[in-house]
Design a binder for this molecule. Structure first.
Ligand SMILES: [Zn+2]
Length: 180
């Protein structure tokens, strides 16, 4: 994978996010847009985006601890993108809980060929989170450069994100997260 593939992928993620947001907002007003094709397009569309995103994140995290995943993956994109992604994830959980309770109380009518407004509303909450996270991780990779995804000491040895000293040569590391 090369650097020039990142901007089209970022654009793809941004379009997916904008469309999901539009579907979601319109569903509040009971407006159902796009029908089956847009529904499956946005749903399946997450996968071609997340294949490169997963590969890039694996290289970013390197030998660092998995619990630092989001800190590492979003250290380098603009702060608003980071907070937008956290916001969409929190929102997706709340939205899904509400969706779950509502469909228990009011099961959606079966047999319709088109996804109902409730289904569009429930799913689009998750799409927004995934497109937003994909966009933020790709943007981080774009700013850092694909050859520079993993942190290194000043002598070029690979280090973990929380290392205070290079495990190979012992040189002191000033905060890696702040440097990126
Ligand atoms: Zn070193």
């Amino acid at each position: 994978m090369t650097q020039f593939l990142l901007p089209p992928l970022m654009l793809y993620a941004a379009c997916g996010l904008a469309l999901s947001l539009a579907v979601h907002i319109l569903s509040f007003f009971g407006i159902q847009v796009g029908g089956k094709n847009l529904f499956f397009g946005l749903h399946i569309g997450i996968f071609p985006l997340w294949i490169p995103v997963v590969l890039i994140s694996q290289r970013m995290i390197g030998s660092s601890s998995r619990k630092d995943f989001w800190k590492v993956a979003l250290a380098g994109c603009p702060p608003w993108m980071k907070y937008m992604t956290y916001g969409f994830f929190i929102y997706a959980f709340i939205n899904f809980a509400i969706f779950f309770i509502l469909t228990m109380v009011h099961p959606p009518a079966k047999g319709g060929a088109e996804p109902s407004v409730e289904v569009l509303h429930g799913f689009s909450g998750h799409w927004m989170a995934f497109y937003s996270a994909g966009l933020a991780i790709l943007t981080t990779a774009y700013y850092r450069g694909l050859s520079n995804l993993q942190p290194r000491c000043r002598y070029g040895h690979e280090i973990g994100w929380n290392d205070k000293f290079c495990p190979k040569c012992g040189t002191a590391i000033d905060s890696v997260l702040e440097r990126h």
